[in-house]
Design a protein around this ligand. Structure first.
Ligand code: BGP
Length: 460
């Protein structure tokens, strides 16, 4: 047995978001987001008709939930602010929202937990969507104003901030694959949306330096590290395209302050160059203090069978590769490949200035999790503990070799609503009973995590 000890002050935490936990989605002054609108117009798209109002009711239960954080040893916790709650029309501050978030953040801290607060987690307000959402350049200024308002309103309570969660998701899901509203399929628009998001991020960082010069700001990216089928030239070209579009597109500007030339060339070659303005280059130089990386699974690619230039879809540049040796999470369908966390740690060390970074989401989703409930009502989620240990082992190896990782956040603290999937995939340390007033029940993994946090490590 070897002891896996983590660096002093390591963050042991969990992540979630406002739209996935708060509920009260059309109450207490909040206006609609694209999720409320889409649920209203197409409820059948949502698993079991579970919509954004039916989340974990944290709006009413946050005081108890903050105590639960302490109960399972969290020393850090990430959630987000709802833009449409704080600024229901984009300009006027909603006093109820201020009261709610201020007390929520105070309670988090009173339980010995450091909050990391994120600004955007897929929840575009409808008032901005009606003006074009991220397609419109005006979204950049709107976001900068929101960011400034949040920093000014909560900056005395929160010192660690992030701008976006997984910005590539609203690009892909909303503008390429038709899953999230506005469900447009248009590669060129998707690139423009991504570009405006990048500018909005940089504009928020610029505001941050003015308002909270002693605080720290980062961005949360979903890392799906690319592994290519072979070293053949065509496969490698596909791998590079995937890496540029999915990883470097946000990570390079966030850390280095520039968009990689190879990505600019790739977009030009495929007639996808976004509209830019002269001042953009300078704006993008607003880089971050730290990076959060959400890791669930890798991306395996190969050369497309019929490469198409200009590309109509990303699949014209790289095709999915079904690696025969892959291990699958049978309860969610995603590949399990913990080795990637070591590779990611080395990438951060060698290619991204060894900037401080943390695993901002990692976890195992399980459908129909009640099948693992024992006679006392506790979910015996040994599979989740095993999943986390495997990932932590590789992360630990990366840290031992000098990667500057300062924390590990799981997804998630309390089972929560997840977009079109509703409550299908459960990830929490606490189970939520939707049929019994959102009752929370601790799972075995919560007890395990408490020990890990207390000992700043575990025996493996
Ligand atoms: C991440 C998102 C979260 C959450 C999680 C689980 O990518 O940041 O918001 O949704 O994935 O996803 P799912 O519920 O689809 O398994």
């Amino acid at each position: 047995m070897t002891k896996k000890q983590f660096p002093k002050g390591f963050l042991w935490g969990a992540a979630t978001s406002a739209p996935q936990t708060e509920g009260h989605s059309l109450e207490n002054g909040k206006t609609k987001t694209t999720w409320d609108y889409w649920y209203e117009t197409a409820p059948e798209k949502f698993n079991a008709n579970e919509g954004p109002n039916n989340t974990s009711n944290l709006y009413e239960m946050y005081q108890e939930d903050c105590k639960r954080m302490q109960e399972i040893g969290l020393n850090s916790y990430r959630t987000s602010i709802s833009w449409a709650r704080l600024l229901p029309d984009g300009k006027t501050i909603n006093k109820e929202a201020v009261t709610f978030y201020r007390d929520y953040f105070k309670q988090i801290k009173a339980n010995g937990v450091t909050p990391i607060i994120n600004l955007f987690h897929f929840d575009m307000p409808m008032w901005l969507m009606d003006k074009g959402g991220w397609e419109a350049r005006e979204a950049v200024d709107a976001f900068a104003f929101y960011a400034k308002t949040a920093f000014e309103t909560f900056g005395d309570l929160v010192t660690d901030w992030t701008t976006f969660n997984e910005p590539i998701v609203h690009v892909e899901m909303g503008y390429l694959y038709g899953y999230h509203y506005p469900a447009i399929v248009d590669f060129k628009k998707a690139v423009q949306v991504g570009y405006h998001t990048l500018l909005a991020h940089a504009a928020a960082v610029r505001e941050f330096r003015q308002v909270l010069p002693t605080g720290k700001i980062g961005i949360i990216l979903n890392i799906t590290p690319t592994y290519t089928r072979s070293d053949e030239k065509a496969d490698k070209k596909a791998g590079l395209a995937s890496d540029l579009l999915n990883t470097k597109s946000f990570l390079d500007p966030a850390v280095h302050g520039t968009i990689p030339q190879a990505l600019i060339d790739l977009l030009a070659e495929n007639e996808l160059t976004p509209q830019t303005q002269a001042e953009d280059k300078e704006l993008l130089q607003n880089t971050v203090d730290f990076i959060g990386l959400n890791y669930y699974h890798p991306r395996r690619v190969q050369a497309p069978k019929n490469p198409h230039v200009p590309a109509v879809m990303p699949e014209d540049l790289y095709a999915p590769y079904d690696w025969p040796e892959k291990r699958i999470n049978p309860y969610r369908g995603w590949e399990i490949y913990p080795e990637a966390l070591y590779d990611v740690a080395m990438m951060m060390k060698n290619e991204y200035k060894n900037l401080p970074w943390f695993v901002s989401e990692n976890g195992m989703g399980v459908a129909d999790e009640e099948r693992f409930m024992d006679e006392n009502g506790m979910i015996q989620d040994d599979y989740r503990i095993e999943f986390m240990v495997e990932h932590l082992n590789y992360l630990h190896q990366g840290i031992t070799e000098g990667s500057n990782c300062f924390g590990y956040h799981t997804w998630t603290f309390i089972d929560c609503w997840s977009w079109l999937n509703g409550y299908r995939n459960r990830y929490g340390f606490y189970r939520v009973d939707l049929n019994n007033h959102y009752k929370r029940t601790l799972k075995k993994s919560g007890l395990w995590f408490k020990e890990v946090s207390k000992n700043n490590g575990y025996d493996a």
